[in-house]
Design a protein around this ligand. Structure first.
Ligand code: ATP
Ligand code: MG
Length: 721
């Protein structure tokens, strides 16, 4: 068989990794050295050369996006569609197992996934119900505690309460939380993993089945696995020692969420026959960028130590820009991107990376003003928006009436005259009898506790849900979604809201129907789910992927965390300031600071050709003005790799937070923001912004025909209208 093409485009070490005879392997290598590429080629190799059936392969990647890409690349290499192969995230795969084995697990068939926002709300309600002071036991901390226990594989019953009253209370809450989740058929993210582990730990037959089925288990970004994920992998592969992992200890960035770098050491002990491959050549970045990354990461003490080199070009120096303030920083970045696009480059090749989600807003504003399409990953994701969650809750409750979280969310949304007192009574009844809110509501409508009006309102809701639930049985998915939305009354509800917010919400609801229309049932091979369940799970697990047009050329905005594994020709690492990056909290503990530095290493190594690092000399954060210092990470980059960007046209009237765009005074040349102007070539437009003086004066105009442009006043010959 001609297998050469599978090894094409690989260096010697990569070939060795791809074609090794050992079943277990650890590919330990720095950023951009081709680890993910090796994993893809390995899968193709197994199928084509070793004749492994796609059913025999389980591949775990970090995001759904990565999983999709992996499948496509394998198919392209084999020139045939591949079905039956399990490829997905830990959570996605765990969810699938839970669906298939809900009986063994004692879960209701129609169990639903509780995302972290819903989990938080539920904990808040629980604290209230238990009469617990949420100042002493803040719901966030409770959530953190519960998830951390689950990540370590511990249920409430495993926890021995010591003398510490704080901990005792936590365990008490955890116990109660488990009861409610079980009764409502709700499974949070950590629970998905925990159950998947318990499933194969406690059911020998199930374990043997999957051990037999999955001849090869492969994992990308292995350094970010947590205890329970490792335990699960270990069970699956301990007999055949068939675990193939790739990772980079320098890119471990989820310690704060329970990831264990030690899993790399544990792997080496647990799989004594493994093959170890180190890849040392970086194919992604210019040597300037790579040298900067290498220099920063050497400041960490706890490293396994790897070399990384490139025979690529030096490339451009890293550009450092000090913004006068955060608005100036955003303006600068957007200006550079505009320049990049004007040179004929794709906008999608440019990424703006930031430490915290809140930073995206300013960039979004400036991009919007300049008419540049963009896409935000993470943050306020489509499926996490209020109106979308409400609509989804209708579907969840309709498919599973015992879902307490969904019940709470929509019982009086849109408002239908069910008062807080009534809801309180429903809760009390549920709690007293250990039944679901739905059952309690039904019982109350039969009884005498409620006033006539309250009974009317509540039974109206019950009838509505019965109707919706009855209608679900027919129709195709997007019609089901459409029907639920229109029956729910949510559209009218949001139409009544004033202004753009309401309109946007209505649009989003319509977009949800679109999302359902575009939803590819069975794409991940999850035939065991109904189409609607599969869609709801997709909404809970995936989030974000229906935002923006997939095919539009958009600038990419995301946190440094979600940039892991990706690469872009042009990267802006922004807000590189003490207190923000590294974050204030991390500065206090040494381990945390090292994790933050690894995040910086991840950020730098996303860049292929050009890297900009920016910071602001003053920034408005959480409603307060601060004057941060440039981050220590900037100093850790050798000075000769950096050039400072100084604009020859200094900002003469920097935008300050108190002066939102559109309320600024006149420029030297007599143009006002908002003024209509005429240009001989571009036609009519509106002035958006201006800066500089005299010969350097520039204005930004949004032209009706061609969009926004910065123009030098000395040449532009603008006429006022
Ligand atoms: P990260 O640590 O960031 O996840 P990685 O080690 O997974 O990085 P890849 O994303 O697989 O690295 O590869 C980085 C880039 O280098 C990709 O564009 C990939 O196609 C390219 N590349 C990898 N190996 C080779 C090779 N042998 N020849 C040419 N290009 C390569
Ligand atoms: Mg990778």
């Amino acid at each position: 068989m001609d297998v050469s093409h599978i090894l094409d485009g690989l260096n010697d070490a990569q070939r060795d990794a791809v074609s090794g005879e050992e079943q277990a392997a650890l590919i330990l290598a720095g950023a951009g050295s081709g680890k993910t590429r090796v994993l893809v080629h390995r899968i193709a190799w197994l199928m084509q050369v070793e004749g492994v059936s796609p059913y025999g392969i389980l591949a775990v990647t970090f995001t759904n996006k990565a999983a999709g890409e992996m499948r496509e690349r394998v198919q392209a290499m084999l020139q045939t569609p591949v079905s039956g192969m399990w490829i997905g995230t830990f959570h996605g795969i765990a969810h699938r197992l839970l669906r298939m084995h809900s009986k063994e697990l004692g879960l209701p068939d129609a169990f639903q996934v509780l995302d972290s926002d819903d989990q938080f709300r539920m904990i808040k309600r629980l604290l209230k119900a238990m009469n617990i002071d949420d100042a002493r036991w803040p719901p966030r901390q409770v959530q953190w505690f519960i998830n951390a226990q689950k990540d370590e594989g511990r249920r409430a019953k495993h926890l021995a309460a010591g003398a510490d009253p704080f901990e005792q209370k936590m365990i008490e809450i955890y116990t109660e939380y488990e009861v409610i989740c079980q009764r409502s058929g709700l499974v949070d993210f950590a629970e998905l993993l925990l159950r998947a582990h318990e499933l194969i730990r406690d059911n020998v037959a199930v374990l043997e089945h999957y051990q037999q089925r999955f001849k090869h288990v492969l994992v990308d970004e292995f350094q970010d696995t947590n205890t329970i994920q490792y335990a699960w992998l270990r069970l699956l592969t301990q007999e055949a020692e068939n675990l193939y992992v790739v990772g980079d200890d320098d890119q471990s960035i989820y310690g704060w969420r329970g990831a264990k770098i030690e899993n790399i050491h544990r792997f080496q002990k647990d799989y004594p026959k493994h093959k170890l491959v180190k890849l040392e050549q970086n194919y992604r970045s210019t040597s300037t960028i790579l040298n900067a990354a290498n220099a920063v990461i050497t400041h960490n003490d706890s490293r396994m130590g790897k070399e990384l080199w490139t025979d690529g070009e030096d490339g451009e120096l890293i550009s450092l820009y000090a913004g006068f303030n955060d608005q100036d920083e955003a303006r600068f970045v957007v200006d550079r991107i505009q320049h990049w696009a004007e040179q004929g480059n794709l906008r999608a090749e440019a990424a703006i990376l930031y430490r915290s989600n809140a930073q995206s807003r300013l960039f979004e504003e400036y991009l919007m003003m300049s008419g540049i399409p963009y896409r935000v990953y993470g943050g306020q994701r489509f499926f996490e928006r209020l109106e979308i969650k409400n609509a989804l809750a209708y579907m969840q409750l309709a498919t599973h009436l015992e879902n307490d979280a969904a019940f709470e969310r929509i019982v009086n949304t849109p408002t239908r005259g069910i008062g807080t007192r009534t809801v309180e009574l429903v809760r009390e009844r549920a709690r007293a009898q250990g039944i679901s809110l739905w059952q309690a509501a039904n019982a109350l409508c039969e009884g005498v506790e409620l006033s006539g009006r309250a009974v009317n309102a509540l039974s109206g809701f019950i009838k509505l849900m019965r109707d919706i639930s009855g209608n679900l049985k027919s129709a195709v998915l997007f019609e089901q979604v459409n029907q639920v939305i229109s029956q729910s009354g949510l559209i009218e509800f949001h139409k009544k809201e004033k202004g753009e917010k309401g309109e946007a919400r209505v649009e989003n609801l319509e977009e949800l129907v679109n999302a359902a229309r575009q939803f590819v049932y069975g794409a991940a091979g999850e035939e065991e789910l109904s189409e609607l369940d599969s869609f709801l799970a997709h909404a809970a697990l995936e989030a974000g992927d229906t935002q923006g047009d997939k095919f539009e050329d958009c600038v990419q905005l995301m946190t440094l965390h979600s940039a892991k594994g990706l690469e872009f020709p042009l990267v802006f690492m922004t807000g590189v300031e003490e207190g923000l990056f590294p974050s204030q909290r991390s500065v206090d503990g040494i381990g945390r600071l090292e994790e933050e530095r690894r995040l910086c290493y991840v950020g730098i190594t996303r860049a292929m050709q050009q890297l900009y690092i920016t910071y602001a000399e003053s920034r408005r954060l959480h409603g307060q003005e601060s004057y941060p210092m440039p981050s220590r990470f900037i100093r850790e980059i050798p000075a000769e790799l950096i050039q400072e960007v100084r604009l020859n046209a200094r900002v003469s009237r920097p935008v300050t937070a108190e002066q939102p765009i559109g309320f600024r005074d006149e420029s030297d040349a007599g143009f006002r923001v908002g003024q209509r102007v005429m240009h001989t070539k571009f036609g009519e437009g509106m002035v958006l912004n201006h800066e500089g003086r005299g010969a350097q004066a520039r204005v930004q105009v949004n032209f009706d025909a061609v969009g926004s442009k910065w123009l030098m006043l000395a040449y532009a010959k603008l006429e006022t209208m």
